[in-house]
Design a protein around this ligand. Structure first.
Ligand SMILES: *[C@@H]1O[C@H](CO)[C@@H](O)[C@H](O)[C@H]1NC(C)=O
Ligand SMILES: *[C@@H]1O[C@H](CO)[C@@H](O)[C@H](O)[C@H]1NC(C)=O
Ligand SMILES: *[C@@H]1O[C@H](CO)[C@@H](O)[C@H](O)[C@H]1NC(C)=O
Ligand SMILES: *[C@@H]1O[C@H](CO)[C@@H](O)[C@H](O)[C@H]1NC(C)=O
Ligand SMILES: *[C@@H]1O[C@H](CO)[C@@H](O)[C@H](O)[C@H]1NC(C)=O
Ligand SMILES: *[C@@H]1O[C@H](CO)[C@@H](O)[C@H](O)[C@H]1NC(C)=O
Length: 597
């Protein structure tokens, strides 16, 4: 054995001696753990090692309940659990003399002594059993309101934590800062702590905090923390709920203001006036309007759908009996308004074509205002006078006079009149009509304006006719087959009503391609046509490429011209679409046409 090994052995032995309590008597040794820590309700194991073991070794376990009481003993295979002790029904003694407790109670926190009776001596060893129970979350309850600035301390609240073991500690916090524990009731701030041991052996702790709060404490947050021990020298904590004290303090200043309102206030708005002081609780308030009492509620004076007559000087007075000066404040409420617009003449008008129509519009408002005449979204006049000279059918419709106060958003009023135009019919000049070739069908539309249903006369007559009407706009549609006579002399539309007649010639022009009759068919057919054109273009391109690849340009082009030409007749509308691509195509086709002629 060298020096180092020797030293290590020595150190180990010292450590063992430190950890275990070794008791020897003669040459019989008893080793027990000095301390066993266990949670309430859990089993505990208290070993007792006896060396050397002889057949006659007797081991007895004792507890100290004022008097030394045996709870169990063993000699070899013989064992006994003593009856009549608080542990009788929960303990057992093992062959190695280990004492086990099945479910530990707080009252089991005792000194357990393992005693050996041996001819060579009677050594013993004592284990101290420590029982732990985590206390419940502390509950903080607050008492009634406290008045600030009183000369004696008042109870702020009481913190209670239940069923801890060993005795837990309560610490108070104000705004997250711990308050030093003070027990002296002569201090301004102190705590009164009580503890109760329940029949279960667990401990309930209550702590009440006393203070002399000032007005500054109205927003302070209070809570308490319970600090408790757990096995292994651990200290754990649990926080209570947080409270603010219900602190009473007198009012010093008063505030009276428009609450939740858009300013400026206009007729129809709901106005809420709120009165409050910096005291707690809020005092009662009294309201007056130009000196006369008005009814408010909880510091609020609500005026629903205000009128200009509600504009007044409102006063709020605080009725706080604790103070001997008057707290009051006023609001000078103004209510903006605009009168309904006044249109003269108030009635709608029926006017002869070419005559004049005039209306006046006026209103009054609390501030600078505008008056506009509008038709749809178009503004026609800014000065209240609407004057229409030389009335046309296009002037017919609804005219609205809008009065507004620009500085008060939403403050407007309006009225409307209708203008109806009567007189001889008026035909819209037609767009030129192109005819593909003689014998093609054309559709012509004669658009005329008239208050009453007019008669349409087409010349030459015949073909299919139909009439549509929208307001004072009448549309007669004629579809007919063109003849040489029609192409040369055109078509005439004549319209007459009780006031007179209008007529209009529809010149037709012959074109090699294109027909306005088909052009007006609308978007969807145009798409179909475009697709057809694209396909044809592609076919043409493929054909061209085919010819080029065959290196026989002349014969090919001669042969194809006919095909292209027939395709062209089918797609006569193509040229009408006038897209850039088609113009190119147009040129190409024309060239080919020329070659053929
Ligand atoms: C156990 O024994 C120790 C040391 O003698 C003593 O201080 C302690 O109070 C005893 N504990 C109990 C619960 O009797
Ligand atoms: C405040 O105004 C909003 C809408 O502007 C309304 O919904 C709300 O109820 C009002 N609150 C009070 C307290 O009057
Ligand atoms: C209230 O305001 C109106 C308009 O601003 C003003 O004419 C009136 O004198 C004011 N009344 C008081 C008492 O200040
Ligand atoms: C009102 O304005 C229109 C143009 O908007 C003008 O022609 C007319 O003379 C004005 N009338 C008066 C009375 O100012
Ligand atoms: C009235 O309007 C019509 C059509 O717009 C026009 O032909 C005519 O010359 C106008 N008359 C006067 C007096 O301006
Ligand atoms: C004007 O005509 C429209 C549509 O015909 C109608 O709804 C409206 O009530 C009329 N207004 C007046 C002021 O007569």
């Amino acid at each position: 054995m060298d020096g180092i090994t020797h030293g290590r052995t020595l150190l180990l032995c010292t450590l063992l001696l430190w950890v275990f309590q070794v008791v020897s008597s003669g040459n019989v040794n008893v080793v027990v753990k000095p301390k066993v820590e266990v949670l309430k309700g859990k089993p505990a194991t208290l070993p007792c090692t006896v060396t050397p073991l002889t057949t006659g070794t007797v081991v007895e376990w004792y507890i100290d309940l004022g008097t030394r009481t045996r709870i169990a003993f063993r000699r070899g295979t013989e064992k006994l659990v003593d009856a009549g002790t608080p542990l009788s029904d929960r303990i057992d003694i093992g062959e190695d003399f280990t004492l086990t407790i099945s479910s530990v109670k707080p009252s089991d926190e005792l000194n357990f002594t393992c005693q050996v009776s041996d001819p060579a001596g009677s050594p013993d060893g004592t284990t101290s059993l420590k029982v732990f129970s985590e206390p419940e979350h502390p509950k903080l309850t607050t008492s009634q309101a406290i008045s600030a600035g009183t000369p004696s301390s008042s109870e702020v609240g009481t913190c209670e934590t239940k069923n801890g073991h060993p005795l837990p500690r309560i610490v108070w916090f104000r705004d997250a800062k711990p308050l030093p524990e003070v027990k002296d009731k002569r201090e301004k701030t102190y705590m009164v702590t009580k503890q109760v041991t329940e029949t279960s052996g667990l401990i309930t702790v209550m702590s009440s905090l006393y203070m002399q709060p000032t007005k500054e404490d109205k927003d302070s947050e209070f809570y308490c923390t319970v600090e408790y021990s757990m096995p292994g020298n651990k200290i754990e904590t649990k926080d209570s709920n947080r409270i603010k004290i219900n602190l009473n303090y007198p009012s010093g200043t008063i505030k009276f203001s428009l609450f939740n309102a858009t300013v400026p206030v206009k007729e129809g708005d709901t106005v809420t006036m709120k009165c409050e002081t910096d005291g707690n609780p809020q005092p009662l308030f009294e309201f007056t309007k130009n000196g006369a009492d008005v009814q408010g509620k909880d510091g609020l004076l609500i005026l629903k759908s205000v009128k200009r007559s509600d504009a007044a000087l409102y006063k709020c007075t605080a009725l706080d009996f604790e103070i001997d000066f008057i707290l009051e404040k006023t609001i000078n409420l103004t209510v903006d308004y605009i009168d309904p617009v006044n249109v003269t003449p108030a009635e709608s008008k029926v006017v002869m074509l070419g005559d004049k129509a005039t209306w006046q519009c006026k209103t009054k408002a609390s501030r600078a205002h505008t008056v506009q005449w509008k038709k749809g979204s178009e503004v026609l006049s800014q000065n209240g006078t609407l004057s229409i000279q030389n009335v046309s059918y296009q002037n017919a419709g609804e005219y609205v006079c809008v009065g507004a106060v620009p500085s008060v958003p939403g403050l407007t009023s309006q009225a409307s009149v209708n203008l109806t135009v009567k007189g001889k019919p008026v035909i819209d000049p037609p767009a030129p009509v192109r005819v593909g070739k003689e014998g093609d069908k054309v559709t012509l539309m004669c658009v005329a304006y008239s208050l009453t249903s007019p008669d349409f006369t087409w010349k030459p007559s015949g073909g299919e006719q139909s009439i549509m009407v929208e307001g004072n706009k009448w549309v007669s549609t004629l579809t007919l087959k063109t003849t040489a006579d029609i192409i040369n002399n055109g078509v005439t539309c004549k319209v007459n009503n009780e006031h007179g007649t209008d007529s209009m010639a529809f010149p037709l022009s012959l074109e090699q391609v294109g027909s306005s009759a088909e052009a007006g068919q609308g978007g969807s057919s145009a798409v179909v046509i475009a697709v057809v054109v694209c396909v044809l273009l592609l076919l043409l391109l493929v054909g061209l490429l085919y010819c080029l690849s065959k290196n026989n340009k002349l014969s090919c082009s001669k042969k194809d011209t006919k095909e292209v030409n027939s395709g062209m007749t089918n797609s006569s509308v193509v040229m009408e679409l006038k897209t850039d691509k088609l113009n190119e195509e147009d040129g190409l086709l024309n060239k080919k046409n020329a070659t053929e002629q």
